[in-house]
Design a protein around this ligand. Sequence first.
Ligand code: SF4
Length: 248
Amino acid sequence: MKTKESLLQDFREILVDLKEFLNYQKNIGMEGFHFSSGVIDKATLYQTIEMDGSDTRACEERLTTLKAIRNQLTGCKRCKLHLERRNIVVGEGKENAKLFFVGEAPGRDEDIKGEPFVGKAGQLLTRIINAINLAREDVYISNIIKCRPPGNRNPEPDEIAACKPFLIEQIQVIKPEVICTLGTCATQTLLGTDEKISELRGRLHHYDGIKLIPTYHPAFLLRNPNFRRHVWEDMQMIQKEYLLLTSN
Ligand code: SF4
């Protein structure tokens, strides 16, 4: 197996040869030319390596910016939720995920572990993700606010206002193609509406040019299993969008 450097050297030699060949063709009045299959194979391989290289660089840049967001949040006291939290739950997942799940806020288990969706609702979210043939590692998961509200109460407007910019930054860095908002708070916050989740789900929306598909929060689903059919319908919409992306 040749190294990347030796392949690049091959390609440079091909370019020099090609230039001389084209000059020769031009001088003798020829308008067409012929490549051997070996030359085409090497050029194609070089192009693949260059594309892989740019993807790798983009991923590295994303990881660096996500780390910078995490650093900005270290010890955050921008709202009163810092008073009782144990851990700030920043988010986790693939830095270039096409699908981004946005929940409301960390619960008790997440506060203890410092990771999003690790309790019973998180296990259900994992099963939902698996049901559309994806793994948690394929997606990115975060919340509107990063610290647990006492007693799992709803986040208050000042807390959302203080923490939302970090989610917006995460979305801008990861550049997902589809956002799935989980529950009322996440959906209303990103769509800037006070419509009910029951009216918002089942339809395709957009946030900043990104497709947004709302569904019920897994914690709600645990308490109301008869809503599973609706969530499954929403997941099928997401799966359809995801398959369209990966087939392009
Ligand atoms: S909820 Fe967000 S803004 Fe408030 S203290 Fe936690 S990290 Fe900071």
